[in-house]
Design a protein around this ligand. Structure first.
Ligand code: HEC
Length: 108
């Protein structure tokens, strides 16, 4: 009985610590993966259609600035009048920054 209590407490503590990392992963899966792919390679139907680049490519990563990535997430990506990527909705500045870091982590 005491053991079960301890385990519950430990599990809750772990959840608090990893909450934001889990959120980012969830946001990526929900809002980004359909184009960029769960693995960031952009190897999806939408990714091919939109000619999305591969986030695991170190050379492409090097060409991206954090500020531009943040701007893309915040304001979306446009090609003239055509929207290529919609601005992320309902995300806080912190969450968007966490997404930039998440995208960075795809680099091989
Ligand atoms: C409708 C498909 C689509 C969705 C959904 C989408 N993107 Fe994109 N994203 C694109 C396209 C298209 C580009 C521009 C082409 C490229 O550079 O690969 C792009 C570019 C980017 C870039 C690079 C910007 C730069 O500076 O060149 C980042 C970072 C990015 N997306 C992050 C995200 C994140 C984070 C999400 C989820 C919140 C997301 N994208 C959702 C289509 C999408």
């Amino acid at each position: 009985m005491k053991n079960a209590m301890m385990m519950t407490i430990a599990a809750c503590a772990a959840m608090v610590v990893s909450a934001s990392a889990a959120d980012v992963k969830e946001t990526w899966a929900k809002d980004c993966a359909k184009c960029h792919g769960a693995d960031g390679k952009g190897d999806t139907k939408m990714g091919k259609k939109l000619d999305i680049k591969n986030f695991t490519d170190a050379k492409y990563q090097a060409s991206l600035k954090d500020a531009d990535m943040l701007k893309a997430i915040k304001e979306g990506v446009k090609d003239g009048e055509k929207v290529r990527m919609k601005a992320a909705e309902g995300l806080s500045e912190e969450e968007m920054k966490a997404l930039v870091a998440y995208v960075r982590a795809f680099k091989k």
